[in-house]
Design a binder for this molecule. Sequence first.
Ligand code: TGC
Ligand code: FAD
Length: 392
Amino acid sequence: MAQDLYQHPDYYLLDELLTDEHKLIRDSVRAYVKKEISPIIEDYAQRAEFPKQIIKGLGEQGCFGPFVPHKYGGPGLDYISYGIMMQELERGDSGIRSTASVQGSLVMYPILTYGSEEQKMKYLPKLATGELMGCFGLTEPDHGSNPAGMLSNYTDAGDHVILNGSKMWISNAPFADIAVVWARNPEGKIKGLIVERGMEGFSTPETHGKWSLRASATGELVFDNVKVPKENILPNVEGLKGPLGCLSSARFGIAWGALGCAMDCYDTALRYSQQRIQFGKPIGGFQLTQKKLAEMITEITKGQLLVWRLGVLRSEGRATPEQISMAKRNSCQTAITIAREARQILGGMGITGEYSIMRHMMNLESVITYEGTHDIHLLITGQDVTGFNAFK
Ligand code: TGC
Ligand code: FAD
C-alpha cells in the first residue's frame, strides 16, 4: 500500500467541539494505525488473515472497552472517546475496528452491565489488555435479523447447564478464548452465558471465502452438549433486551467507525485529484470530479455532526437505541456511497491494493449488513416515528 498520508477532513471546524483529551486520544490512535496497521493491512486482507500481533497494541491504546471503569482494568473514558477510537481504527480497516468493537461492546459491555462482581473481576482486566479475546454469539443459521427466534438452548444439570445449538457469522470466533453466547434457558427465556474455549463439545470452525472483512476472522460456534458451570451465566439480564443492549453500544461505535472509512476515501480521492493530470490539467479541475468531492465532504460533515451529538447524548445516558440506529445506518450509507465515488476518481488505480478505497468498499458491504441490516435500521426509525411495527 502507498504511504499513509491521511489527514482528516474537518470542514466545519468540529475539532473545536472536542476536548484536549479527545484530541490526544485521536492523535495517539491515528499514529498507532499509521505505524502498525497501514503498512501491513493490505497484505493481511489479501491473504484473508487476521494480524494477531496487533492485539497487544490495541490493548495498550485502550481500544478494548474504553468505557470500562479503572476498577475493572479499563480506561474509564466517555463515549465520544470510544467513538473517536473506532473512527481511527476503521479508517485503517473495518476488520480491525470489528475486533475492537466485539471485544469492547459485545464481550466486555455485557460482562460489565449484566455480570456478577466475580465475573467482572475474573474477565474484564484480561479482556482490556487483550490477554483474553472474546466473541459474541447471537446470530444463528436460521435467525439473523430476527434473533428472537433463536433455537440455542440449555438444560439444567445441577451445578452446571448443558448447552446445545449453533451460531454463525461470529467475528473473532476462530481465535477467541471466550464467547458471550445468547441461548434459551429451560423456561425458554433468553440468557447470556460465558463459554470458554476448551469446554468439551465447543468448537469454532472458521468461515472461508469472504470477499469482505478479509482481515477479520469469522467463524461458527457449535455447542454439542457443552457443560457450562452455572457461575458462567450472566445473572443480571433476561430476554432479548440483553443482547440488544450490547448492540446499542456496538452500533454506536460503527456509526463513528464507518465515517472513518468515508473520511479516508475522501482524503485519498482529493489528494489524487490534485495530482493526477489528464487533458493537460489535474482531474480535480473538472466539474464532474468537483461534484463528487463536494458531495462527499457535505455528507461527511453532516455525518460528523450527527455522531458527535450522539456521542454527547450517549455520554449523558440519553441516547435512544433508535437514535443510534439512525446514525449507524446513515454512516454506513454515506461511507459506501463515498467509497464507490472515490474509486471512480482514482480510475484504474482505484481497484488496486496500492490504495485503501477498494478494501474499504468491500468491507463496508459487511458493515452495512451486520449489527442490523440497512433496512432493519430503517424499520426501527419507521417504527419510532410512526408508532407502527413493520417487522412482523
Ligand atoms: P423488540 O420487541 O423490539 O425488543 C425486545 C426487547 O429489547 C429492547 N430493545 C433494546 N434494548 C436495548 N437496545 C436496543 N437496541 C434495543 N432494541 C430493543 C426492547 O425494548 C424490548 O425490551 P422489553 O423489556 O420490552 O423486553 O424485539 P423484536 O424481536 O421485535 O426485534 C426487533 C429488531 C428486529 C429491531 C431486533 O431484533 C434487531 O435489531 N435485529 C437485528 C439483529 C442484529 O442486529 N443482529 C446483530 C448480531 S451481532 C453482530 O452483527 C456483530 S458484528 C460485530 C462486528 O464484527 O463489528
Ligand atoms: P437475513 O436476516 O436473512 O436478511 C436477509 C435480507 O432480508 C436483508 O436484506 C434484510 O434486511 C431483509 N429482511 C429481513 N427481515 C426483514 C423485514 N422484517 N423486513 C424487511 N426486510 C427484511 N452476528 C453475531 O451474532 N456476532 C458476530 O460477531 C457477527 N459478526 C458478523 C461478521 C460478518 C462479516 C457478517 C457478514 C455478519 C456477522 N454477524 C454476526 C451476523 C449479522 O449480524 C447478520 O448477518 C445480520 O444481522 C443479518 O442477518 P442475516 O445475514 O441472517 O440476514
